[in-house]
Ligand binder design. Structure first.
Ligand code: IMP
Ligand code: MG
Length: 180
């Protein structure tokens, strides 16, 4: 088991399994027609997945524009569940197809907020790609169009995902099991 920062990490999805899945996802994404496709990665957790997925999309024949948005909840863990844009995209999504990329679809609040925002700005259609789906945690009526893997109900790290900004650099997705 890999040990990072003195913690043993159990690997859930290996780097090679993720790489294989990204190629399949990119082909699935490229099987549709898009109008002036705008890819929006939801920071920060999706940055590694988005970097790999857009390159796989290039290999699959797509040539999107790529943007970033940072969304944060007011007082995480509170019941208000209010979200705000910390750093917005610079592009106008009006009349365009939008692909939102996120690391995990959990309650669904983040992606529902982002989708509604882009629809409200006139996006023609909004589709969602998520590396991981924790379906058992869903609170909003939303699903991803492209899912890497169904994720067990554990707090996961790596491949962009963090605990207090640590573990993002891991090339795999894993669970911190305890002190090594
Ligand atoms: P939600 O779908 O609005 O609940 O938001 C999901 C977001 O919470 C993801 O984009 C992650 O940033 C974060 N998140 C949820 N579960 C995990 C996890 O297991 N590890 C790391 N971040 C997580
Ligand atoms: Mg996130």
């Amino acid at each position: 088991m890999p040990v990072v920062r003195g913690k043993a990490i159990e690997i859930l999805f290996s780097a090679s399994a993720i790489a294989r899945r990204n190629l399949e996802l990119a082909k699935d994404i490229a099987a549709h027609d898009y109008t002036d496709l705008l890819v929006i990665a939801i920071l920060k957790g999706s940055f590694v997945f988005a970097a790999d997925l857009v390159r796989a999309m290039h290999d699959a024949g797509l040539a999107p524009e790529v943007e970033f948005i940072t969304i944060s909840s007011y007082g995480k863990g509170t019941t208000s569940g209010e979200l705000k844009v910390l750093r917005d995209i610079d592009s106008n999504p009006n009349g365009r197809d939008v692909l939102l990329i996120d690391d995990i679809l959990e309650s669904g609040k983040t992606l529902k907020f982002a989708r509604d925002l882009m629809i409200g700005r006139g996006a023609k259609n909004v589709v969602i790609a998520t590396l991981l789906d924790k379906r058992m945690r869903r609170q909003s009526a939303i699903d991803a169009d492209f899912v890497g893997f169904d994720c067990p109900d554990h707090f996961v790290v790596g491949y962009g995902m963090d605990v207090g900004h640590a573990f993002r650099e891991l090339p795999f997705v894993g669970v911190v099991t305890g002190d090594a």
